[in-house]
Design a protein around this ligand. Structure first.
Ligand code: MN
Length: 257
């Protein structure tokens, strides 16, 4: 009599992990603008900034990434840390020759600019990418026919080996910094880390390339919920990566080689 139950349970476990709810793009609801705050279920309003560099709208609510990243951390990270980097970057460039430059171009020749561009321009660029790398609909690994899946297999042996290597790199970055998956000028994928708000676009970076995936390992990114447990935060990050976005960036970077 237990056979049908065992059969049913087996079917559940045999279903591919990708066959979950379909991804749906974030939509802006009708009605009054969403209220700010960690308990809102709507994407938060974009902080107003004066200057050429504006924050991107978050495509999800502060609470949407729970339990992996808590709403309070998201709110402080976006409204205080990211907005702070953007404000300081704007204050540094307004009225000067750098005001019309794209952030990517500022990064590529950052050694020619004042330190504020490296620190706060880096913080602005890195967080823009970080938010886009995250999704409430993460599956834990790439799904469907994404080019990045085969590319990760070819470069690292398997997705699991990539995950282990990236997690080790993120754990091993001493102090504040970032872990990255990049496409190098040689057309190869690589894992690298940077200190502070540096990134692999910068001409001061040890290993340069086009960032495809970014992980913030500053304590402000995880300390409220994870305290000193950076490894747990990194494991949680892998539950909410938007691999379709990483794949889009991979294809664009390949074309631009
Ligand atoms: Mn941060």
């Amino acid at each position: 009599m237990r056979t049908p139950l065992i059969f049913a349970i087996s079917i559940v476990f045999l279903l591919p992990a990708c066959a979950g709810k379909p991804r749906s793009p974030a939509t802006v609801p009708d009605g009054p603008p969403p209220t700010a705050g960690p308990t809102s279920t709507q994407p938060p309003p974009v902080p107003a900034l004066s200057g050429p560099f504006q924050l991107p709208a978050l495509p999800y609510a502060f609470s949407a990434l729970e339990p992996h990243i808590d709403a309070r951390t998201m709110q402080i990270h976006y409204e205080k840390h990211h907005a702070g980097y953007a404000k300081n970057l704007n204050d540094a460039v307004v009225g000067g020759p750098l005001a019309g430059m794209a952030i990517e171009d500022l990064m590529r020749e950052v050694s020619r600019h004042p330190a504020v561009i490296r620190n706060h321009g880096g913080g602005y660029y890195n967080h823009n990418l970080f938010w886009k790398n995250l999704t409430p609909d993460g599956r834990g690994h790439p799904c469907g026919k994404l080019e990045i899946t085969a590319a990760l297999d070819a470069a690292f042996g398997s997705f699991e080996k990539f995950r282990e290597a990236f997690s080790a790199a993120a754990a091993g970055r001493f102090g504040s910094g970032w872990a990255w998956l990049i496409l190098g000028a040689d057309g190869k994928l690589a894992i690298t880390t940077t200190p502070n708000q540096d990134n692999p676009l910068m001409d001061v970076a040890e290993t340069r390339g086009v960032p495809l995936l970014a992980l913030d390992v500053w304590e402000h990114a995880y300390y409220l919920h994870y305290q000193n447990r950076r490894a747990d935060y990194v494991a949680a990050f892998f539950r909410i990566i938007d691999w379709e976005e990483v794949d889009r960036r991979y294809q664009a970077a390949k074309k631009a080689l």
